[in-house]
Design a protein around this ligand. Structure first.
Ligand code: CP3
Length: 346
C-alpha cells in the first residue's frame, strides 16, 4: 500500500516523529503573491467565486513553503450568502450582511438543499485543487460552525462579544433554534459536496465558541458539531473531520469523543502541556502557536515552537497556529517556524 499522507496518518491517530504542518489563513495578505492575485480578481468575494484564481491563491503557500496541507480558499460567510443573505466586505473593517433579527427575516432564507447552485464555483475550486496539488499534500475543505455563522447573520457583522446573537438566543429562542438548525442542515450539504468534489479532510470553524458557557455551549456548539459530524460520517465514513471550538477552555475536554471529531484544533489560550494531558488523550490535536510570533519572530518564536512540538510529541499532532496568520506577519518568520518544527524532531 502506498505510504499515506502525513496529515492523514496523524488524523488516523498515529504519533509521527515530525508533526505535519499547515497554517490557518496560509493564503493571505501577508504574502505579496496573494495581494497581486487579489488585485487581479478585484475584491475578496470575486476572488472566492473565481475557481481559477482561488485555486492559484490556495497553491501559493504550498509552492513557497511546502506545507503538508492546503486549505480551500473561500470564506465561512459564503454559506449565508447561498441561503439568501446579502454579503459584502468593507475594506479595512470586515464583512457586512443583511441581518436576521426575527421570524420575518428567517422566513426569507432559502432551504438547506438550495445552496448548491450558488456554491458551484467553490466546488469547482475543490475539483481544480484535487487535480493540481503535489501528491503528498492533503486538501482540506471547511465551513463555519452554526453558532459562529449565526453570530454574523444575526448582527450583520463581526461583534466583539456576540451580544446580538446572545440576545436573539435568549429573547426569541424559536427563531434562534430554527436558524441554528438551518445552518446545521446546510453545512452538512455544503461539506458533503466539498468531499464529493475532492476534499480529503474537512474542518469546522467555531471561532466564537468561547462566548458560549455551560448548557449553551452544549446546545449550540457541541450538539450542532455532533449532528454535522454524525451526518458526514454516515455519508463519507473515511473523511476525517477537524473541529475548532475556539477558546472553549475546559470545554475542549471530551469534545472529540462527544462529537466524533477525529481531531480538535486548539487556540493559544490553552497551554500545550495542559492540552496534551487533557485533550490529546482522546486523539489527534492541532495547534497552537500564537499568531503574533509570525510578526515578532526571533528566539521567542523558536523557543515557543519547540515547546509546543515537545509537549505534543507523545501523541498524534498537527502543528498549526492558534488562529489565522495576520496581514502584518513577516513571511520569513513562517519559514523559521517550519524549519524549527522539522529540526526539533529531526
Ligand atoms: O485559512 C485559509 O486560508 C482558508 C480561507 C479562509 C478565509 N476565511 C479567507 C479569508 C478561511 C478558513 C476563513 C474562515 C473565516 N472567515 C472565519 C473562521 C476562522 C477565523 O478566522 O476565526 C471567519 C470568522 C471568517 C469571516 C471573515 N472573513 C472575517 C471576519 C473577515 C475579515 C477579517 C480579515 O481578516 O480581513 C474575512 C475576510 C477573509 N477571509 C480574508 C481571507 C484571506 C481577508 C480578505 C482580504 O483579502 O481582504
Amino acid at each position: 500500500m502506498a505510504q499515506q499522507k502525513t496529515i492523514m496518518r496523524a488524523l488516523a491517530g498515529e504519533t509521527l516523529d515530525t508533526p505535519p504542518i499547515w497554517m490557518m489563513r496560509q493564503a493571505g495578505r501577508y504574502l505579496p503573491e496573494y495581494k497581486a492575485t487579489r488585485a487581479e480578481a478585484g475584491d475578496f468575494l470575486s476572488l472566492c467565486y473565481n475557481p481559477e484564481l482561488a485555486t492559484e491563491v490556495t497553491l501559493q503557500p504550498i509552492r513557497r513553503y511546502g506545507f503538508d496541507a492546503a486549505i480551500l480558499f473561500a470564506d465561512i460567510l459564503l454559506l449565508p450568502q447561498a441561503l439568501g443573505a446579502d454579503l459584502w466586505f468593507v475594506t479595512g473593517e470586515g464583512p457586512r450582511l443583511s441581518t436576521v433579527t426575527g421570524a420575518g427575516d428567517f422566513a426569507k432564507l432559502k432551504g438547506a438543499s438550495d445552496v448548491h447552485e450558488h456554491l458551484a464555483p467553490i466546488y469547482q475550486t475543490v475539483r481544480n485543487l484535487a487535480g493540481a496539488l503535489p501528491k503528498d499534500t492533503t486538501l482540506i475543505g471547511f465551513a463555519g460552525a452554526p453558532w459562529t455563522v449565526a453570530t454574523y447573520m444575526i448582527a450583520g457583522q463581526g461583534t466583539p462579544d456576540q451580544a446580538p446573537a446572545h440576545k436573539l438566543r435568549v429573547e426569541d429562542p424559536a427563531t434562534f433554534d430554527a436558524l441554528i438548525d438551518l445552518i446545521t442542515a446546510s453545512t452538512i450539504e455544503y461539506l458533503s459536496a466539498q468531499i464529493e468534489a475532492g476534499a480529503e479532510v474537512v474542518k469546522l470553524f467555531d471561532s466564537w465558541a468561547g462566548s458560549l458557557k455551560g448548557d449553551a455551549f452544549q446546545k449550540y456548539s457541541l450538539e450542532p458539531a455532533q449532528k454535522i459530524i454524525t451526518a458526514l460520517k454516515a455519508r463519507h465514513p473515511n473523511t476525517p473531520i477537524i473541529a475548532f471550538p475556539r477558546e472553549a477552555g475546559d470545554n475542549y475536554i471530551g469534545f472529540a469523543k462527544a462529537t466524533g471529531a477525529d481531531c480538535v484544533a486548539l487556540d493559544n489560550s490553552v497551554s500545550a502541556d495542559w492540552a496534551a494531558e487533557h485533550v490529546q488523550v482522546d486523539g489527534c490535536v492541532q495547534g497552537n502557536l500564537a499568531s503574533r510570533h509570525m510578526v515578532t519572530g526571533g528566539q521567542d518564536l523558536v523557543d515557543e515552537t519547540r515547546a509546543i512540538v515537545k509537549a505534543f510529541s507523545k501523541g498524534p499532532h498537527i502543528f498549526n497556529l492558534g488562529h489565522g496568520i495576520t496581514p502584518d506577519a513577516n513571511p520569513d518568520n513562517v519559514q523559521l517556524m517550519i524549519d524549527t518544527v522539522r529540526e526539533t524532531t529531526a
